[in-house]
Design a protein around this ligand. Structure first.
Ligand SMILES: *Cc1c(COP(=O)(O)O)cnc(C)c1O
Length: 373
């Protein structure tokens, strides 16, 4: 029997590096509440992404989404809507609901996975003045090739944009600029399953220092510098141990990104000629996993079964899409979602590890190729 190939295998710093940080944290007697590791990590995130971007760390991206939406849109009254694709992870629509907004699901591109502007326009036409903003997603962390058109459209309609770029730390937009620069704020996850992994953690980045200040207050009980609550907040702080891992991750992240992109290129070279379709711009993404749309006549169930029978951890993200999850099924559907529903059926997600053995990669490609034949 071949050895198992897990879907995700995160790259964490070697034990001696973490042991050194652990000892320093114990000696400093500061474990959380914006200690030196957290402060450096936040600075490093901002400077990695580019000049003028301020990063605020979070205990996870879901709390980051809630904070960003609260700061940018304020709280909803339970009837206002926010446009959000259904082809995403449930945390985005759930954050909207926590904040008192109704997720108004929009479709994705006919030939891609990214949210579609025409669908947003149709939803806006249908809902008119009750739409408060847009929670855009960089699907699978891939920089949306239409990002500038999206932002221009939203500006034209006076809709603030927050981006869920959870898996996209290290990804680039089509013009080469880093994911993180768009909209009013972009939200990243450092969950163990993401390319920049620290276990649990996240960050919200923005060009606006005042928004950054309010994000920081939100994650610290709504406290001002006087230590009294000025607004409604939560505890969403990133502990020092997690920040220390994050700082260590930077020392090898670019190299690991290159390795992940080599795996993407190998999948594309082998599977595109067989009729598989890769999302555009995936080659400059962080490579969380390789999402590929199978040719129309192929049964994804069969391909997945073949992969699993060979011990290969493949998945079918996002199936079902969020509008078909039991909790969200009662949310009124404002526009049809035909491309989302087609993608649900055809998308296959293949593993990417930075240190993937070429033999393992060959095995995955062989199994997929054989089940397409
Ligand atoms: C992973 C992910 C999240 C959630 O991130 P956490 O850090 O686990 O809260 C949200 N949105 C998308 C699109 C994701 O992929």
């Amino acid at each position: 029997m071949d050895s198992e190939i897990p879907f995700i295998r995160p790259d964490f710093p070697p034990t001696p590096e973490f042991a050194e940080d652990y000892a320093r944290i114990l000696a400093s007697n500061r474990y959380t509440n914006f200690g030196p590791f957290e402060e450096q990590f936040a600075e490093r995130i901002g400077s990695y992404l580019g000049e003028g971007l301020v990063a605020t760390t979070f205990a996870n991206a879901t709390l980051g989404l809630m904070a960003a939406l609260e700061v940018v849109l304020g709280r909803g009254d339970g009837t206002q809507g926010v446009l959000v694709p259904s082809f995403t992870f449930a945390a985005g629509p759930a954050s909207l609901e926590w904040l008192g907004y109704v997720p108004v699901f929009i479709d994705i591109e006919p030939d891609g996975l990214q949210p579609n502007v025409s669908s947003a326009q149709a939803a806006l036409d249908a809902q008119g003045g009750s739409i408060a903003g847009v929670l855009l997603c960089n699907s699978f962390g891939i920089g949306n090739p239409q990002i500038d058109a999206w932002i221009a459209w939203a500006q034209e309609h006076h809709l603030p944009v927050v981006l869920d770029s959870a898996a996209g730390f290290g990804s680039r937009y089509a013009d080469g600029t880093p994911v993180g620069r768009a909209g009013i704020a972009e939200v990243f996850s450092f969950h163990a399953t993401k390319p920049f992994a620290i276990g649990e953690g996240g960050a919200v980045v923005t060009h606006d220092p005042e928004i950054a200040q309010r994000l920081k207050s939100f994650q610290n009980f709504g406290f001002s510098s006087a230590g009294t609550a000025e607004s409604l907040g939560l505890n969403a702080k990133l502990p020092e141990f997690s920040a220390a891992i994050g700082l260590r991750q930077f020392s090898r992240f670019d190299e690991l990104l290159e390795q992940r992109r080599t795996v993407i290129a190998a999948y594309m070279d082998a599977l595109t000629p067989l009729g598989c379709h890769f999302p555009s711009n995936i080659e400059t993404s962080s490579g969380c996993f390789a999402s590929v749309s199978l040719p129309p006549a192929v049964s994804r169930k069969d391909v997945l079964a073949a992969l699993h029978s060979h011990g290969i951890g493949a998945r079918s993200y996002y199936s079902p899409a969020v509008h078909r999850h039991p909790h969200f099924a009662s949310v009124a559907q404002v526009v049809p979602l035909p491309y989302t529903e087609a993608a649900e059926e055809s998308m296959l997600s293949l593993p990417i590890h930075a240190d993937m053995d070429p033999k393992d990669l060959g095995r995955i490609i062989d199994v997929v190729s054989a089940s397409l034949a």
